[in-house]
Write a protein that binds this ligand. Structure first.
Ligand code: ADE
Length: 225
């Protein structure tokens, strides 16, 4: 799978993509993430990316030309399944979106900046709009790293059995149960006996019960879905 990220501040994407599981996935050739600096497509000598909005009002708008030129260049090289605009007024991202996107071949993520991108980019190029939550970030780059991480860890071969994505919270609309490791007794704070019992059936049952209980307490809305 390949993801092209179009960014105004590409530096913001560097660290999250170059460490840990994301790095391993790219090193193994399971996942290719290519970051494009939109400034290279900027207009004129100044490589301008933004301009005043028609009709007046505070805040600059991302211009069409740099974004359109970058997207069109990429489209000459391959076909994209989706061109996704990262924006606070997009669809709220969740695990089912991550599952769906992880099955695609080629994606473009466009990171918004300033007051947002000229609406005509959204009308003529963008096929999906994603928000990572009801708050406004200074740009779409950090949101894009969240989406890339959530997708990348689902690709076959990226995680090993122990970190399998199947037991993650949200995969079956349930939060994950509590987990413990050694020591079994820390200053009198004990690990539940059942987890030390060696009885796999009982342990599975306990985990399911705890996942359900935790979901009911913290996120009852998930059980309604
Ligand atoms: N850009 C700014 N805020 C954002 C958000 N909450 N989600 C996605 N992109 C954004």
């Amino acid at each position: 799978m390949r993801i092209d990220i179009l960014a105004v501040v590409p530096e913001l994407l560097e660290s999250p993509l170059q460490h840990s599981i994301m790095k391993r996935a790219q090193d193994k050739g399971l996942f290719e993430v290519v970051v494009h600096d939109l400034r290279k497509y900027g207009v004129g000598k100044q490589r301008k990316l933004d301009d005043y909005q028609y009709g007046g009002g505070a805040g600059m708008v991302m211009m069409i030309e740099p974004v359109a030129n970058c997207i069109e260049q990429l489209q000459k090289e391959r076909t994209y399944d989706h061109i996704i605009y990262m924006t606070p007024d997009g669809k709220r991202f969740d695990q089912s979106d991550a599952n769906y996107l992880s099955l695609q071949e080629n994606l473009i993520l466009l990171c918004g900046h300033y007051k947002g991108v000229d609406e005509r980019i959204r009308e003529h190029f963008v096929t999906k709009e994603i928000s990572i939550g009801d708050y406004v970030l200074s740009g779409g780059e950090l949101a894009a790293t969240v989406v890339v991480d959530a997708i990348g860890r689902l690709l076959p071969g990226v995680l090993n059995d122990e970190t399998s994505a199947l037991s993650d919270s949200f995969q079956d609309n349930l939060l994950a149960p509590p987990v413990y490791t050694r020591p079994a007794d820390y200053n009198g704070w004990k690990v539940p006996d059942i987890l030390l019992s060696g009885n796999d059936g009982k342990i599975s049952e306990w985990r399911e019960d705890m996942a359900y209980k935790r979901t009911q307490e913290r996120r009852p809305d998930l059980l309604e879905d």
